[in-house]
Design a protein around this ligand. Sequence first.
Ligand SMILES: Cc1cc2nc3c(=O)[nH]c(=O)nc-3n(C[C@H](O)[C@H](O)[C@H](O)COP(=O)(O)OP(=O)(O)OC[C@H]3O[C@@H](n4cnc5c(N)ncnc54)[C@H](O)[C@@H]3O)c2cc1C
Length: 185
Amino acid sequence: MPADLGCAERFLAAGVALDSTELIAQGRPVGVLDLTATGTRYPNPLSIEQDTVERLLGERLTEVGGAIEWSTEATAVRVAEDGAEVDARGADGRPRTLRCAWVVGCDGSRSLVSKAAGLPFDGGPRRRLQVAQINAKVDWSLPHHGDRTCLLLDKDRRSAARPAPAAVTAASPSRGSRTRHRSLR
Ligand SMILES: Cc1cc2nc3c(=O)[nH]c(=O)nc-3n(C[C@H](O)[C@H](O)[C@H](O)COP(=O)(O)OP(=O)(O)OC[C@H]3O[C@@H](n4cnc5c(N)ncnc54)[C@H](O)[C@@H]3O)c2cc1C
């Protein structure tokens, strides 16, 4: 998608292209998975920070003449054959209605736009799953390769470490963790 928006090269420059995953089961290296896809100009997953993604998309939007209206909520979306209407409430609290040819819903898993368009949400909630993401320099005896992720499989916990442009990031889903986390539905 960044290629369609004319900013693929900036994404590549800001991220780390990953070529493989090292599997570690209960502390022992057990194999390496190749992550390279075929039939695409961008065959490798890109490790890139979320705030970098948002900054690059925002910059590209500005270049093509768009602007982000912060603190504005869509309160209702009505889809018709020839376009759509969106009721919105801005930072000043005043309601207004926008008429447009297209509405693109990027409003998360409880998307108002998807509901208005009658699009189902595939999948279901994950209960008792917690994810912690930590940006850190790791100090361990496991092998380290600059373009390889590391998946650590233990009995009740899975951790992944991936190289980030400026640091190494570890994401560790676990049960009952007391660390700072985002709960997934
Ligand atoms: C722990 C964790 C770490 C992650 N780390 C990374 C990372 O390093 N790099 C990366 O690329 N991805 C990362 N991700 C994944 C990334 O967060 C998601 O892929 C991405 O946020 C999905 O974007 P989205 O726009 O679809 O939804 P969201 O990020 O959920 O954004 C939806 C937005 O819509 C807004 N919204 C909702 N309803 C309305 C409404 N009615 N009116 C107006 N606005 C509305 C919400 O306020 C929100 O801002 C991570 C995810 C998790 C859980």
